[in-house]
Design a protein around this ligand. Structure first.
Ligand code: G1P
Length: 324
């Protein structure tokens, strides 16, 4: 089975990091977001992926071909016309074999093996408090009856998480093509959700599977939260003389740490240099230099440098100083 991974987005909410790196190459728990996704699909036995690139796509292509052995096909989406349009661009590469679409900017911890044995197509879903910013599924008797993209008045709280097992890719393509040729858009874009609804109208059955581990990486706070969640199972470090490590953490083997307290929930990238610092709940990029800093809930980009200073004070008895 082929995986389809759309990763064309600009990642504007993660600027300034995404000025120089595409979002999916941002490091979380020791590897780029897309690295976690590729590891997952390989674990599920998939060895071929069609990757739809756009913004800084060359960097994504270079990272994937350098680090993974599976077969990749890269397709460039020049115009950002929506997720449905991105998927339609894979047309000449699909036959009648089922495909698995996995959105490239989200990390999942979910068991998919049973899903790929199903008789029907299946979408990953999760109950959320506010479904209005997602595709929303209404389910009756185990099958989806309605799918709406970002409804103002959602009729269910089941969000579509971005994992789509499609048994009839040719039907999907013809529904996408119909919407594109008739210029049928929702919120200005050609939506995958609309084409899936059309498939349902054409008799395709969609079951659902629950996805508890669904980690968004779209904003600095969610990237840091995902870093925390993943570190719980992917903690990796060696004791370092003169330093205190509070796991879980990920410390690249070639990072240089001196006289520092690292963790909990810190990721320190390859060749980063950290001295005289305390770093918690943060991501420090590759070759970054951090010195004499107390960092919490911070993201320091690759090659960035941040240096602080220890204070000198001569404080009398019963005095109070608050540096908050
Ligand atoms: C896309 C899909 C939406 C889905 C969401 C999951 O929206 O269109 O149906 O619920 O991903 O993250 P986006 O987040 O790209 O706006």
């Amino acid at each position: 089975m082929k995986a389809i991974i759309p990763v064309a987005g600009v990642g504007s909410r993660l600027r300034p990091h995404t000025y120089t790196l595409p979002k999916v190459l941002l490091n979380v728990a020791g590897k780029p977001i897309i690295g976690h996704i590729i590891d997952k699909i390989i674990e599920e036995g998939i060895n071929e992926a069609i990757v739809i690139v756009g913004y800084l796509g060359d960097m994504i292509e270079e990272y994937l071909t350098k680090n993974y052995d599976i077969k990749f096909t890269f397709i460039e989406q020049e115009e950002r016309l929506g997720l449905g349009h991105a998927i339609y661009m894979t047309k000449s590469h699909l036959d009648s074999e089922p495909v698995f679409i996995i959105l490239g900017d989200t990390v999942f911890e979910v068991d998919l093996s049973g899903v790929f044995k199903r008789e029907h197509s299946a979408l990953g879903v999760k109950e959320v408090e506010d479904p209005r910013r997602f595709g929303v599924a209404e389910v009756h008797d185990g099958f989806i009856t309605k799918l709406v993209e970002k409804p103002e008045n959602p009729q269910s709280n089941l969000a579509v998480v971005g994992l789509y097992y499609i048994k009839s890719p040719q039907l999907l393509l013809s529904c996408l093509e119909h919407n594109i040729t008739h210029n049928i858009r929702t919120k200005g874009e050609f939506q995958l959700t609309d084409a899936l609804q059309m498939m349902i109208d054409n008799g395709e059955k969609f079951s659902t599977f629950p996805v508890e581990g669904w980690y968004d990486c779209g904003k600095p706070e969610t990237l840091l939260y995902t870093n925390e969640k993943l570190l719980k199972s992917k903690s990796r470090y060696k004791e370092i003389f003169g330093c205190v490590i509070n796991p879980p953490v990920f410390i690249a083997e070639d990072a240089e740490i001196e006289n520092s307290i690292i963790g909990p929930f810190a990721t320190i990238g390859s060749k980063a240099v950290v001295k005289d610092s305390m770093i918690q709940r943060s991501i420090i990029g590759e070759r970054a230099k951090v010195s004499a800093m107390l960092l919490k809930e911070s993201i320091v980009g690759n090659n960035a440098r941040i240096e602080g200073n220890f204070r000198r004070i001569n404080l009398g008895d019963s005095s109070e100083v608050d540096f908050r």
